[in-house]
Write a protein that binds this ligand. Structure first.
Ligand SMILES: Nc1ncnc2c1ncn2[C@@H]1O[C@H](COP(=O)(O)OP(=O)(O)O)[C@@H](O)[C@H]1O
Ligand SMILES: O=C(O)C1=C[C@@H](OP(=O)(O)O)[C@@H](O)[C@H](O)C1
Ligand SMILES: [Mg+2]
Length: 171
């Protein structure tokens, strides 16, 4: 049975997609991102799925995408920021190496800009991110085997820490 070498979770703007790509390049393994898988399955962008069918429909596609990726992907896997809200997904994550990329409000706001392409940030981006961080941080902590802070750090620096953490865990 294969399992991802590492699964990255955390809020929008934590750098999951960016750091997953960096790590996979370093390790010479494939990268997978459940947001991309959902878009490929639906044949539409995430913002279109939200507008056309609503968030619940997106979450159902996301739940299936995460389950498939956890079962068949053996490289680096980035989840969308809200994937861990699903209890079945949290159960599936048990036993995997899961890194919570944490980010504070001000860095997250800088990184997502106007939030284009992230429908949950429509309106007041700062207020939306604050609410999501408050609500979800305990859930990220619950599923994570490791936590890495990304505030004021480059993606390369974050990837270095994950690399070192996993190497130490294998020893
Ligand atoms: N450590 C970092 N420092 C500064 N900018 C970053 C960092 N990580 C990611 N970014 C930038 O922030 C934005 C969001 O990154 P992304 O990887 O899409 O995050 P996520 O997938 O967690 O939502 C991108 O423009 C990316 O280049
Ligand atoms: O936090 C969320 O609920 C979401 C995060 C997004 O992914 P990123 O965390 O990669 O931006 C994407 O799945 C969707 O817009 C919803
Ligand atoms: Mg992403």
């Amino acid at each position: 049975m294969s399992a991802p070498r590492v699964v990255l979770v955390g809020p929008m703007g934590a750098g999951k997609t960016t750091v997953a790509t960096l790590l996979a390049g370093r390790w010479g393994v494939a990268v997978r991102d459940t947001d991309h898988d959902v878009e490929a399955t639906a044949g539409r962008e995430i913002s279109e799925i939200f507008v056309d069918d609503g968030e619940a429909a997106f979450r159902e596609l996301e739940r299936a995408a995460v389950a498939t990726a956890l079962a068949e992907h053996d490289g680096v896997l980035a989840l969308g920021g809200g994937a861990v809200l699903d209890p079945a997904t949290r159960e599936l994550l048990a036993g995997h190496t899961v890194v919570f990329l944490s980010v504070g409000l001000s860095d997250a706001v800088k990184r997502v800009g106007l939030g284009v392409g992230r429908p949950l940030l429509l309106g007041n981006v700062r207020a939306r991110i604050k609410a999501l961080l408050d609500e979800r941080t305990p859930v990220y902590e619950q599923v994570a085997t490791h936590t890495v802070s990304t505030d004021a750090r480059s993606p390369e620096d974050v990837a270095d820490e994950i690399d070192a953490l996993l190497e130490a865990a294998q020893r």
